[in-house]
Design a protein around this ligand. Structure first.
Ligand code: TMO
Length: 318
């Protein structure tokens, strides 16, 4: 049923670009990662490119592997590069010209330790991180007892280094996909049990539930490079992740030359935080598939994406 609705919605999206002929029939390859908004935004982007006349292919690639794939042109488009988890790797490639930036989204981002609102009564002093010094054991599971559990995703964050630098009694348990984070979060919220997990904004959680990020010492670049900086004079990582961080699109360096009009669309695409949170909630809270959520977004936010269609793709009588 959902598949039929998806197809019907897709057919309803007519497009003002009949006259445009793509510069190349090579498929534009779009990377899918392992969290919902990235997949939904990828499908929205891919559908817009297809409606312009381009061929599109999708491939699931890990965050770690995507830089090399983009550099080599094995993949071409990444619609969500997050500062908190990806600035180090992406900057390394950008500085060598092995990756091209296609601009920022309007959304500002944050990725860090998070808890549902009810946890604040169980651990007074939160969201200040020092409260965790007193109530780490509250978050213990069979796997981690007597230490507390911090539930993390499969994205490169130096969580263990931070735990050590801040003298916290937590063990990191890593899951392989964001879905596993949400399964644990939903179960904890149902039973009102303490949970501390990796979360981010914009994300579906904020669209449906109350909660907060732990306030670690404010991020500064020196926190990652200068052990003397911060509350622990001996270690790096004695700080939180950046707040109001960027969210960028990045592409294969050959993209602008091979598909200039597709690149122009990529540059124009700019999702706000609430748009991303809501689209993710359609999937993670409401059970739609990412493809159906993308189709729904395209039918209901038409004026937004129409403003992204570059002049090069518009027909004369438009
Ligand atoms: C990259 N992520 C949004 C999962 O933190």
């Amino acid at each position: 049923m959902q598949a039929i609705i998806t197809i019907l919605l897709a057919l309803l999206i007519t497009f003002p670009t009949a006259a445009f002929v793509p510069e190349s029939q090579e498929p534009i390859r779009i990377i899918l990662n392992n969290w919902t908004s990235q997949i939904v935004l990828s499908k929205i982007t891919g559908t817009l490119l297809e409606r312009m006349g381009y061929r599109v292919a999708y491939a699931t690639v890990t965050v770690d592997d995507q830089w090399g794939a983009l550099r080599l042109g094995l993949e071409h488009v990444q619609v969500e590069v997050w500062e908190g988890t990806m600035s180090m790797e992406s900057n390394r490639f950008l500085q060598k010209g092995l990756l091209t930036e296609a601009g920022d989204h309007a959304a500002l981002t944050r990725e860090d330790w998070w808890y549902p609102a009810y946890v604040e009564e169980m651990c007074p002093g939160l969201p200040d991180w020092r409260a965790l010094k007193r109530c780490a054991s509250l978050f213990a599971t069979d796997e981690t007892a007597p230490s507390g559990r911090f539930l993390a995703g499969p994205w490169e964050k130096p969580e263990r280094a931070r735990i050590r630098a801040l003298g916290l009694d937590f063990k990191v348990v890593e899951v392989g996909h964001a879905d596993a984070l949400w399964a644990e979060l939903k179960e904890a919220m149902r039973k009102k049990t303490p949970i501390l997990l990796f979360n981010w904004t914009p994300n579906w959680v904020e669209a449906r539930h109350k909660g907060r990020f732990v306030e670690f010492p404010a991020y500064a670049p020196e926190c990652e490079t200068d052990p003397a900086w911060g509350v622990n004079p001996d270690f790096h990582q004695d700080c939180g992740n950046p707040k109001n961080a960027w969210l960028k699109k990045m592409v294969w360096p050959g993209m602008e030359k091979r598909w200039p009009c597709a690149y122009a669309l990529l540059r124009n695409i700019s999702f706000t935080g609430p748009m991303i949170a809501e689209a993710a909630a359609w999937v993670d809270a409401d059970g739609m598939t990412p493809g159906a959520a993308a189709a729904r977004w395209l039918t209901t936010r038409r004026s937004v994406w129409e403003s992204w269609i570059p002049a090069c793709a518009r027909s004369q009588n438009d």
